[in-house]
Design a protein around this ligand. Structure first.
Ligand code: PRT
Ligand code: ZN
Length: 285
């Protein structure tokens, strides 16, 4: 039986969330950080621990079938892969930044400037589309210090909170792209491997749906039940069970996390009592 090889970052910002994704899907992975290939005993996948920069090529070459990495690293790699799933973690942006004291009036600022970055392909394409000719200096680390040591006039780097730019006397002036962790796949998986990938994606979606929803239980007078059902957008219609106390029932439903606080007030106003809100572990729609 075939197994799906999934490349994840060996040690870095993506590692913990990537591993958590599998554990939330009840997929056990032997702690394989010291070995290259870590098999799962209860799901037909093997994890490959790699540097994130190496992951796109490994998938393109078919050494790995699937991989988890930042969108920025994938786009920079210029490899032909397909997005199996946007994972929503490691969100950040790739931005152009200049010394804080400089006056900035628009993208023309960068004409003829020296820009230090690890993302040379992305920056070149971005500036070319805007019709700006600049000198791109590709450097591999500590990009944010380049203007201070006279190596460049500006930088293009990953920004999350902005504090790295701030502490290096720089200001963000253009966002080149937004990025998040992606699950990427080779275009030509065997039908058997594709089936494993779809099974994995099904589990990931069930976990994501569960995170967005809460299971709600409450007691209310029978006369309020219609009004309560009207404001509760449950999965289908809510479950209503009679209580031992006559004239009262218990209602069970599923509510979206975002609107749940707003609903609680309305529910109380309709006479609901003993409201319980319970996290859901998996949700299959
Ligand atoms: O060793 P390996 O090559 O595998 O890892 P790496 O050092 O290349 O990558 P790593 O682990 O630092 O980041 C992996 C991915 O996380 C990146 O490719 C992004 O997609 C994503 N990510 C999310 C970030 C950040 N947030 C982030 N803040 N990657 C880097 N940073 C750095 C940034 O380079 C800058 O130095 O954090 C600093 C900016 O952060 P703020 O909060 O000060 O703005
Ligand atoms: Zn890297």
């Amino acid at each position: 039986m075939e197994r799906l090889k999934i490349a994840i970052q060996k040690s870095g910002r993506l590692t913990e969330d990537s591993q958590q994704l599998f554990s939330e899907c009840s997929i056990d992975i032997q702690d394989g950080k010291r070995q290259l290939l870590a098999p799962s005993a209860n799901f037909p996948i093997d994890l490959l621990y790699l540097r994130d920069d190496d992951i796109p090529q490994y998938i393109a070459d078919g050494v790995a079938d699937v991989g988890i990495l930042g969108e920025n690293v994938w786009i920079e790699s210029q490899t032909e892969l397909r997005i199996a799933k946007r994972l929503g973690f490691a969100k950040c942006r790739l931005s152009l930044a200049i010394p804080r004291g400089e006056k900035y009036e628009g993208i023309d600022y960068f004409r003829g400037k020296r820009i230090a970055t690890t993302y040379a392909n992305i920056v070149k394409k971005y500036l070319a589309e805007k019709g700006i000719a600049a000198e791109i200096h590709e450097i591999s680390g500590s990009v944010e210090i380049a203007p201070n040591i006279g190596l460049a006039d500006a930088i293009c780097d990953i920004v999350s909170t902005g504090s790295t730019l701030m502490s290096n006397g720089l200001k963000e002036v253009e966002t080149v792209m937004y990025s998040e962790a992606l699950m990427l796949a080779n275009h030509n998986l065997s039908p058997e491997k594709e089936a494993i990938l779809q099974k994995l994606l099904f589990r990931i979606e069930a976990v994501a749906a569960a995170k967005q929803n809460k299971y709600i239980l409450l007691n209310a007078p029978n006369d309020s039940m219609d009004a309560i059902c009207n404001i509760l957008p449950g999965m289908k219609s809510p479950t209503i069970l009679p209580l031992a106390q006559s004239g009262w029932s218990s209602l069970h439903s599923v509510v979206n996390e975002e609107i749940f606080w707003e609903l609680i007030d309305q529910l109380k106003a309709l006479g609901a009592q003993g409201i319980l809100v319970v996290p859901i572990e998996k949700m299959i729609l």
